[in-house]
Design a protein around this ligand. Structure first.
Ligand code: FES
Length: 165
């Protein structure tokens, strides 16, 4: 990674935005990269705006590298106010925002964020959010660590997708 990118990533993770589970999320998406072992979960909450359903806010948790955290932080800001369809069209380089182009070895970090976002924005995840809140009965959404510890991923109650390299 070049010095300039290293500096931007360091800046972004010094005060990452929108970190943590969202108790009142409408949908949630989780992905993992089987190669590097990083995982990322992303929550989305919608609102109505001018007759359209747009993303009100998004948050994330990551067992990911610094680049994935930096991209997730930027992406959760960039998608606010967009429809699910528009946000799903965003490419990894767009989600990376002000970080600029990532080196080839770091592109998959942005793809991890894109994967979690697409999973959260998919019609299936939105339907799941309406039928059954992803929040726990005590009002806290399950954390990525909870999911791994409780083995929920294996039970199929949480959809973890592993991205192909
Ligand atoms: Fe795998 Fe960044 S090194 S997500």
């Amino acid at each position: 990674m070049n010095d300039e990118l290293q500096k931007k990533v360091a800046e972004a993770i010094r005060d990452p935005k929108n970190v943590g589970e969202m108790a009142d999320a409408d949908s949630v998406g989780t992905v993992g990269n089987s190669e590097c072992g990083e995982m990322l979960r992303l929550w989305v909450k919608y609102r109505e705006q001018d007759g359209e359903k747009v993303i009100d806010k998004a948050s994330f948790q990551s067992f990911g590298c610094e680049t994935a955290i930096a991209v997730a932080s930027l992406a959760t800001e960039l998608i606010q106010g967009k429809t699910a369809a528009k946000a799903m069209e965003m490419k990894p380089e767009e989600l990376s925002g002000e970080l600029g182009p990532l080196p080839p070895m770091k592109i998959h970090c942005a793809e991890l964020v894109q994967g979690a976002l697409r999973d959260a924005l998919s019609p299936e995840s939105q339907a799941l959010g309406q039928a059954e809140s992803p929040a726990k009965p005590d009002g806290l959404a399950p954390t990525l660590r909870d999911s791994l510890n409780e083995g929920q991923a294996k039970s199929g109650s949480i959809n973890i997708q592993f991205l192909d390299e």
